[in-house]
Design a protein around this ligand. Structure first.
Ligand code: DPP
Ligand code: ZN
Length: 900
């Protein structure tokens, strides 16, 4: 397989101004006629040089029927055709037209890239390089053209025909067929092309934009799901309003369509005016979707809508720039969610995910800069790094420039680049120029992989009343990058006085002047080492650093004591740092207990591990009482409380360990949860009672109601760790009585971790109740797959043959296989049975869908994090996979890079 490099970018030899597509959809064969108007883009030719060839991307399952240039059909000798490329030579001077006719078989397309069928309907997915699965084309994002699409199909089977832009014409034809013509007035790259044809029901709402344009908002789903689209429609209206209020960005057409499909590799796709969504990110009812689902739907509907400006109106020059649109759009959806719900809660959730998953990616063999330098398959670079770290980098501008400065930068970005395909450097330049600042050291975040380490030491001079923070940074090596430069790290911070209140910040400048920063300041740290001196500091403060997690770094504060952390947990005015202080305390304790449990040797069952943890000192009283204060604090929101008493994830801890043993770590974590539950039982029971929804109260999705359910269900989970019959039977009762999916799944997920008859009873009842709700069955599969119940690997194996499981559907694979990969106990079973199961599954799925298989093989990428026995077994699976004949490029790239 061939690598592509960012440094090799060259503009295309020709551009395309208009595209006319004609789809004749059929059960056997679908015929696509594509007429392109081409413009030379090669500039002046040297004396005697011939005009460049036109390389059109294709795929081996796309059959070329004929190709014409300037109205003349070419004979076989007049073009070159290989598996992936149609090359046209001896092209006319100036502008010219070509026509390409292809035949495809969407019904056989199990890759779900290009045109395919889902639940009997035709749909498309073209990002990143799926359009070449439809017709031969310049399949690259810097070729932007205006599209007209004619769709023809059997009217009975496919009454709804949708394309991008505006509907221009419809009509009936002989033989029960009909057609529709769609015209998109905005130039776009082909990855934003979309088509849907099928039997779908629709719900509509009208939105009036800030300038008074009426936009029809339509969601298309299968008939039986029409009752589950209101939340997505609400979310769309909120997104449109938010983008007008926050950035002055208005929608630009009279129609915005969303279609839900069951078989979809990604979450959703921002095709111009025809978003296609994985149905799990559209459909919601209180009985079938959890608070988390509601919140994800709101976030993803927003995300795809926001792409209309950040992605569609201004797009990427090449795929290496993916973070230009994704990092920025994730940042926008995070801000949207923060404004709609609770800002601190959203920030904590995002940082938890970043640390548990993106930091791991950035420390492993697949580490890459947010703007990668090379790839084999672009699909493999839709990563947490490009998306989530990319969003953190956009947040750096926001933190440094403030809301107003950030908006000015956005306005200049659109003024300069609307209608164009641009780069990350263009975005940085717009931000810098609009604010007249130098952001060169921020630019290094785009080219360096790895999580920077920030080391802070403090000193107080009581005589001079000065307080000094000395900051040092370094970024560890990553594949292909041994030496890194310092990056710009905005350190948002405050200093707490003895009463817990913020002190005024008076920062000494390099010229000796003093700058008044209020009580929360942002330090601009961009050298390998810098000291920041505060003046007029009457008593030694407790520093609160990196407030709101102002940069995606790993911070160590030299000499930070447990007492200081407890003080921050109790008093910090920054809610993120209150949470963070608790996390730091828990992390220290967990790592200490893990070290003790590992050193003592012996059996790895939960009881033996618990004895060793107790012998090592158990959970200190100070921590218990700090958690007690949080739980009983009347002013704190339930969602915040629930996160404050949650321990750092296993992944985050493994990242800090060398050669960790996942099941052992799991037992240590569970030991701490159980000790906390034992000592905080009265508080937990009180919170469960006081946060139960009043009887008969209907489900509402809003911050207050979610907060109540969050803390109640967190307390129940902690209580369930006690494994007392009385609690278990209470959980079963709650499971049976639940009136919404949030509470139902919360109880079920506790029961699934317990060995005993209640587990089986609940799982069977749940299956019976929801056997006709495929999205709910994903939860049923996922809970069992992820369960840490002993010996669960054999149950998971049997689920593969269960009628509820469908291996050709990506969501099913994600729930079952990726879910299993998250189980510290069973995926990492000491006998290697979990690894063997996953290895088999990767190879099986790779025969169906390369993108899904590539995500699954990522479960092995972290192999160097574990103990030597596990490393050897995981490596053996990777070697077996790499050696497999006919392996896809997707899986090959991840597996082979993981082994390096
Ligand atoms: N549809 C995916 C997203 O919105 C890829 N663009 O992130
Ligand atoms: Zn996106």
């Amino acid at each position: 397989p061939q690598q592509k490099f960012r440094k090799d970018y060259a503009p295309p030899p020709y551009t395309i101004s208009t595209v006319h597509l004609d789809f004749v959809l059929g059960e056997e064969t679908t015929t696509v006629t594509s007429r392109l108007h081409l413009l030379p883009n090669y500039g002046a030719l040297a004396e005697g040089a011939s005009r460049p060839a036109l390389p059109l991307d294709g795929r081996k399952d796309v059959k070329l029927v004929r190709v014409s240039v300037g109205g003349t059909q070419l004979s076989a000798g007049q073009y070159e055709l290989s598996e992936k490329l149609l090359t046209l030579k001896d092209l006319p001077a100036g502008e010219f037209d070509i026509e390409v006719v292809t035949e495809i078989r969407p019904q056989d397309n199990s890759l779900l890239e290009g045109l395919y069928k889902s639940s009997g309907n035709f749909c498309t997915q073209c990002e990143a390089e799926g359009f070449r699965g439809i017709t031969f084309f310049l399949d690259r994002p810097d070729v932007m053209a205006k599209y007209t699409t004619r769709i023809e199909a059997d009217e009975g089977a496919y009454p709804v025909l949708l394309g991008n832009g505006n509907l221009k014409e419809t009509g009936k034809m002989e033989g029960g067929r009909h057609f529709a013509v769609w015209e998109d007035p905005f130039p776009k790259p082909c990855y934003l092309f979309a088509l849907v044809a099928g039997k779908l029901s629709m719900k509509e709402r009208t939105y009036t934009t800030c300038s008074g344009r009426n936009v029809a908002l339509r969601i298309f789903v299968q008939e039986e799901n029409l009752c589950k689209v209101d939340h997505a429609l609400d979310s769309l209206v909120k997104s449109m309003k938010w983008d007008e209020d926050t950035f002055g960005l208005e929608y630009d057409l009279d129609l915005f369509n969303i279609v839900a499909v069951d078989d979809f590799n990604m979450g959703a796709m921002e095709n111009k005016s025809l978003n296609i969504f994985n149905s799990r990110l559209v459909l919601a009812s209180p009985q079938t979707a959890t608070d988390l689902d509601y919140s994800r739907i709101e976030g993803v509907v927003g995300h795809e809508y926001f792409h209309n400006w950040t992605g569609n109106r201004v797009t990427c020059r090449d795929w290496f720039q993916l973070t230009l649109k994704e990092g920025l759009t994730v940042f926008r959806d995070q801000e949207f969610t923060a404004d709609m719900n609770s800002r601190p809660v959203k920030r904590i959730e995002d940082v938890m995910m970043l640390r548990s998953s993106q930091f791991t990616e950035d420390a492993g063999p697949m580490a890459h800069p947010i703007r990668p330098e090379s790839y084999i398959k672009m699909d493999n670079f839709y990563t947490l790094t490009v998306y989530e770290k990319g969003s953190e980098v956009v947040r750096l501008y926001d933190t440094l420039l403030g809301k107003e400065g950030f908006r000015k930068g956005m306005e200049l970005y659109f003024k300069r680049h609307d209608g164009h395909a641009v780069t990350c450097d263009d975005f940085l330049a717009a931000m810098a120029d609009a604010n007249n600042v130098n952001l060169d050291t921020l630019g290094r975040w785009y080219s360096q992989a790895g999580t920077p380490h920030l080391h802070v030491s403090t000193s107080y001079d009581a005589a001079a009343k000065t307080y000094t923070l000395t900051c040092k940074q370094h970024t560890p090596p990553s594949p292909g990058q041994d030496n890194k430069l310092p990056v710009l790290i905005p350190i948002k911070m405050g200093l707490l006085g003895p009463d817990g209140a913020d002190m005024p910040l008076r920062l000494r400048g390099t010229d000796g002047s003093v700058q008044d920063l209020g009580t929360t300041g942002v330090l601009r740290f961009e050298e390998a080492e810098t000291s920041f001196v505060f003046e007029g500091v009457e008593v030694e403060p407790v520093p609160s650093l990196l407030r709101g997690f102002s940069a995606p770094v790993k911070m160590e504060v030299e000499g930070q004591t447990d007492e200081q952390l407890l003080f921050l947990l109790a008093h910090d005015s920054d809610p993120f740092n209150r949470w963070e202080a608790g996390q730091r305390l828990s992390k220290k304790l967990l790592l200490k207990l893990y070290a003790a449990a590992a050193a003592a040797g012996g059996a790895h069952n939960s009881q033996a591990v618990a004895e060793r943890c107790t012998a090592a000192g158990g959970v200190p009283e100070a921590m218990v009482s700090a958690f007690r204060s949080v739980l009983s604090d009347k002013d704190l929101d339930g969602s915040f409380k629930s996160m404050a008493v949650s321990l750092p994830t296993g992944n985050e801890l493994l990242d800090a360990l060398q050669g960790g043993d996942p099941p052992l770590l799991h037992h240590v974590r569970m030991y701490v949860v159980k000790q906390l539950a034992l000592q905080l039982r009265p508080e937990l029971e009180t919170l469960v009672k006081s946060n139960d929804d009043p009887a008969g109260e209907p489900y509402h999705f809003n911050a207050a109601a979610c907060a109540r359910r969050a803390i109640k269900n967190r307390c129940l989970a902690m209580l369930s760790s006690l494994e007392e019959p009385e609690i278990t039977s209470m959980l079963l009762d709650r499971f049976k009585a639940a009136t919404n999916m949030t509470d139902e799944i919360a109880a079920l997920s506790c029961l699934v971790e317990l060995a005993g008859p209640e587990r089986d009873t609940a799982l069977a009842a749940f299956y019976d109740k929801f056997r006709n709700e495929p999205l709910v069955l994903l939860k049923w599969l996922g809970l069992q797959a992820t369960s840490n119940a002993p010996g669960n690997v054999s149950l998971v194996k049997s689920l593969v043959d269960h009628p509820a499981f469908n291996v050709t559907n990506p969501n099913n694979c994600y729930s079952l296989f990726l879910g299993f990969g998250r189980s510290p106990v069973n995926f990492h079973a000491a006998d290697g049975s979990g690894y063997a199961f996953m290895g088999d599954a990767v190879l099986r799925v790779d025969g169906i869908n390369h993108q899904v298989a590539a995500r699954m093989v990522s479960a092995f990428t972290t192999w160097r994090q574990y103990d030597t026995e596990r490393q050897a077994m995981m490596r053996a699976q990777l070697e077996r996979i790499v050696a497999h004949p006919g392996l896809s490029e997707n899986v090959f790239e991840i597996a082979s890079k993981s082994l390096k």
